[in-house]
Design a protein around this ligand. Sequence first.
Ligand SMILES: C[S@@+](CC[C@H](N)C(=O)[O-])C[C@H]1O[C@@H](n2cnc3c(N)ncnc32)[C@H](O)[C@@H]1O
Length: 218
Amino acid sequence: MPLFALGRSGDHAARVTTHYEQLARQYDRRWSGYLQGTLTRLLKCLALSGTERVLDLGCGTGEFERLVMQQFGSVSMVGLDTTPAMAAVARQKLRGAPNVQILVARAEALPFRAEEFDVVVSASMVHHVRDARSLLVEGCRVLRRGGQLAILDWCRDFWHCGLLHYWWRASDPTYGRMYRLRELRQRLGEVGIRVQQADRFLVPPGYGLMCVNGIRAS
Ligand SMILES: C[S@@+](CC[C@H](N)C(=O)[O-])C[C@H]1O[C@@H](n2cnc3c(N)ncnc32)[C@H](O)[C@@H]1O
């Protein structure tokens, strides 16, 4: 059995949840610079008007919801996360925001009807999933035609992220997969998203990321 397989046996989804259950209380403090750098970038790429209904897959502690509410108090948001402790931090943080709802669910099985949202986003979550297809299919199903879907995540095109990919695969049981930009574009195309904007960027001190934004074409 390859060494990396030892740490990857068992229920992958349960390991992700256990990891974030333990991290939830310290998450915002530990990742403050990263959150600022990634989530402002995601918000900028969306160009919201303020009237949308937005779904955030893997919303974590609700930092993206907080940021959106600061600038667009009239947007209606649903943040969804598989880890109850992360969702609890988000609910506590957003208790004064009546148009934000935080749910515990998996992004691969969304509890919504088709075409309920104008915008679907996900930040720093896709690398925890082994095959992004099922969550992209679901994200696309609940997005209206012409709506926007934006994915921000680690990008394997950066040489050091390529090394991290192999390191995490061998040592981190919560790791799923890190995509190259062209691979993510292709996955999005396969589920009916016409990519309009795709950027790679670094967040200090050197996190290598990408943000891909497109429109549901069919
Ligand atoms: C690195 S955190 C990112 C949180 C937030 N989006 C942010 O940018 O701070 C990853 C989050 O994704 C959640 N997650 C992982 N896999 C998930 C899945 N399949 N469905 C829903 N949430 C998931 C984890 O519980 C965790 O809260």
